[in-house]
Structures are given as structure tokens and as C-alpha cells.
Design a protein around this ligand. Structure first.
Ligand SMILES: Cc1ncc(COP(=O)(O)O)c(C=O)c1O
Length: 385
């Protein structure tokens, strides 16, 4: 009956929370006439370090670049192994491959979906040099026990914090527990610079060492050279001179991206809190469902979450049903062990290879409305019938 026709929504999965303030900040950068690597990037690095507390930071153009360079920082001999979770985005494992190292896939805990410590210990051998734990979805890994194990075996720990900017564990920011923390500011993440990433470490030497690697190997980037040239007391005719001693990459963040990031950083806690409120509403609304259950044991008092998901045995059917009702979905993530790229590194990860079949990611972003969450919950109940 046309009168009863359900109002069809069109709800996105993720959406960046950007507006006039970011536009004003970009305008300011335009007016300064310096849009490449410059003062705004330095300012964001400084503010990010202050925000996460006591570490040193280096801004790059993605978390993929951050993870690549984080592994590069340790000069591991080629052919050694890096322990990574089986359920993560490809960049976590690619960081090993980019450095001529082998990824060793570790199974996940069936409830938290985080890297499983027992399986980590089983997969470890003397060729392992590092662990890249991922705080998947924003849920913190068992970082203290991972660090204890790493220390015992002499392994470096690089936290993949692509999903947990602003998150804490026992009052200390995620990304400051391991030797290096890597963050993503890609458009869908907790805060954005369009594309972007940050490398953080409590060890200043690591950050200093990586500076040329993000700027094609050049030891003195153009911004540093410009500062020296502008210094009236400096009459060095070789102010332009630089030295290339390492094979670097064009991985720098630029001032346009950083000008967005400076505004986003101010909003980050608010954005995280708002996403948590949305998750609380979701959890409250869907608690009567019988077969559809929350993806993670969400603890919104403690954590910040990048995504909200559910699990159901009828996953594919539900994806199509939600699509028909105008609700976007995703699956985070199909296990890396099942991708052709990693066939030579295949090791069984039984839990990861089973549980992913039930995952559905639902819409979560700052401007998601209570009405939209109500609607999504109602559609889930209708699906169960
Ligand atoms: C766990 C994880 N690590 C790394 C990345 C890479 O981030 P970026 O897109 O900034 O390169 C992503 C991106 O989705 C991710 O989910």
C-alpha cells in the first residue's frame, strides 16, 4: 500500500566530519603560499606529540607509509619474520614485505578479534624480529603481555593504531606502548587529513633517523632549507646543499593536509565521544535481537571505536537485505591468509578463517542521527522476523 510505504533511507558507512573550520584552515595555508611540507606539518607533529603524551612524531602521507618506515627504522636483516594478525588491513603485513621480511600470520581471539597471545607464542621462532599488533576496530590488544613476550624474545613492537587515534589503555595512549606507534588519518578514520599518517616513538633517535626516509632520502627537507635561508645571520652559500645517504620515499605529509589535521585534532575527543554515544544507542537498540550480535565486546567507557559491527550466521543475506533498505555495510576484514598475495606465507589461522564469515560493519560516523540508528535497528529486527 503506497501510504504505508516505508521511508527508504540512504545511510553511508563512514563519513568524515569536516566543515567550515577546516576550510578556513586550508584558506590560511593558501594565503601563506606554502602548501607542501612546511610549518603546518611541524605544528601538527608537535601538537600530536603533546596530545598522545611525551612522544616524538613524524607526519607522513598514510599509515601504510608509517608502517613501512616503522619497520625500516630497525634495519632488520632481509628474510627475517614479522608477526602480524590474520585479520587486519593489508598494509600491516605489507610493511614486512616492503622491507624484504616475511609476514607470519597470527590467529585472533574469537571474542575480541585481537591477535591471540597463545597463537603468537606458537607461531614465534628464532627468525622473528618484530610484532605488529593492531588495535582492531579500536579495541585494545593485550599490549602488556605482548610487550612482556617481546622483551623476553628481543622483538620490536610496532603498534598499528589506524583504528584507535585518541584511544587509551590503562590511562596511557595507544601508540605509546610499543617502540613505535603508527596512526592513519585517511578520510574514514577517527580523524582525517584526507590521506595522512603519523609515526610516533618515545625514542627521538628513531624519529630523527626516519626524517630523510620520508623525503626521498634527503637529509635536509625543503622546509628546513627555507628556514636556514631566511635566517639573516646565515650567510652560508651552501644553504641549499643536502646529503643523500639512504634510499628514501616521497612519503611526507603536506601543509594542506596538516591544516585539516590541526582542526581535526581539536575535534578528535568530541568525535570519539560522539561515535561512542552512537555505539551505546546501537547496543541498547539491538540487545533484543536473537541471531544478530555485536561484533566486539564494546566498552565505550574505556575505548574509542572506529567502526561498529555485528555478527550473524546469515551474513550475506543480511548484507543484501540492508542494501535494499538503503543501509551501507562493509566487512572488516577478510583474513589476509586467504589472499593470493600471501599464499607463500600461508599458515592456518582457524579462528580468523571461520569468524570473518559472520562479520558485517554498520554505519558509524559523527553525524549519524539517532533516527538513522533507530531505523537500522528496526531493519535488523525485521530481518530476524
Ligand atoms: C589496520 C590498518 N592499518 C593500516 C591502514 C592503512 O592506513 P592508510 O589508509 O592511512 O594507509 C589501515 C587502513 O584502513 C588499517 O585499517
Amino acid at each position: 500500500m503506497p501510504g504505508n510505504k516505508e521511508k527508504l533511507m540512504n545511510i553511508r558507512l563512514f563519513k568524515p566530519y569536516v566543515g567550515q573550520e577546516e576550510l578556513d584552515s586550508i584558506k590560511d595555508t593558501f594565503e601563506r603560499g606554502w602548501i607542501g611540507l612546511g610549518a603546518k606539518v611541524s605544528e601538527l607533529e608537535q601538537k600530536w606529540s603533546n596530545y598522545i603524551g611525551g612522544s616524538f612524531s613524524l607526519a607522513v602521507n598514510s599509515a601504510t607509509a608509517a608502517l613501512h618506515l616503522a619497520v625500516t627504522a630497525f634495519n632488520f636483516p632481509r628474510g627475517k619474520k614479522v608477526l602480524v594478525p590474520a585479520i587486519t588491513f593489508v598494509s600491516t603485513a605489507n610493511a614486512a614485505l616492503y622491507n624484504g621480511l616475511k609476514p607470519v600470520f597470527v590467529d585472533v581471539d574469537p571474542i575480541t578479534l585481537q591477535m591471540d597471545l597463545c597463537d603468537l607464542k606458537k607461531k614465534y621462532d628464532n627468525d622473528c624480529v618484530a610484532i605488529i599488533p593492531v588495535h582492531l576496530g579500536g579495541y585494545p590488544v593485550d599490549i602488556e603481555n605482548i610487550l612482556d613476550f617481546a622483551e623476553d624474545k628481543g622483538l620490536k613492537v610496532i603498534e598499528d593504531c589506524a583504528h584507535c587515534a585518541g584511544g587509551e589503555y590503562k590511562g596511557k595512549k595507544l601508540g605509546t606502548w610499543g617502540h613505535i606507534g603508527c596512526f592513519s588519518f585517511e578520510e574514514k578514520k577517527l580523524m582525517t587529513t584526507g590521506d595522512g599518517g603519523m609515526i610516533c616513538s618515545n625514542d627521538e633517535e628513531i624519529i630523527e633517523k626516519l626524517k630523510p626516509y620520508r623525503w626521498v632520502g634527503i637529509d635536509k627537507d625543503t622546509w628546513r632549507r627555507a628556514i636556514e635561508f631566511r635566517d639573516e645571520a646565515n650567510n652560508d652559500a651552501y644553504h641549499w646543499h643536502y646529503v643523500i645517504s639512504v634510499l628514501g620515499y616521497k612519503y611526507n605529509m603536506n601543509d594542506l593536509a596538516a591544516s585539516i589535521g590541526l582542526v581535526q585534532l581539536k575535534k578528535l575527543d568530541y568525535m570519539n565521544m560522539t561515535r561512542s554515544q552512537h555505539i551505546n544507542l546501537y547496543l541498547n537498540k539491538i540487545k533484543g535481537l536473537k541471531e544478530i550480535k555485536p561484533l566486539l565486546p564494546y566498552n565505550t567507557e574505556r575505548d574509542v571505536y572506529w567502526m561498529f559491527g555485528v555478527r550473524t550466521k546469515r551474513r550475506d543475506e543480511l548484507i543484501i537485505y540492508l542494501k535494499e533498505k538503503g543501509i551501507s555495510t562493509g566487512v572488516h576484514f577478510y583474513p589476509l591468509t586467504l589472499h593470493p598475495l600471501f599464499k607463500n606465507f600461508y599458515v592456518p589461522c582457524k579462528i580468523a578463517e571461520t569468524v570473518w564469515k559472520e562479520f558485517i560493519t554498520l554505519p558509524l560516523f559523527v553525524e549519524l542521527t539517532n533516527e538513522e540508528i533507530d531505523y537500522i535497528a528496526k531493519v535488523l529486527y525485521d530481518f530476524e522476523g
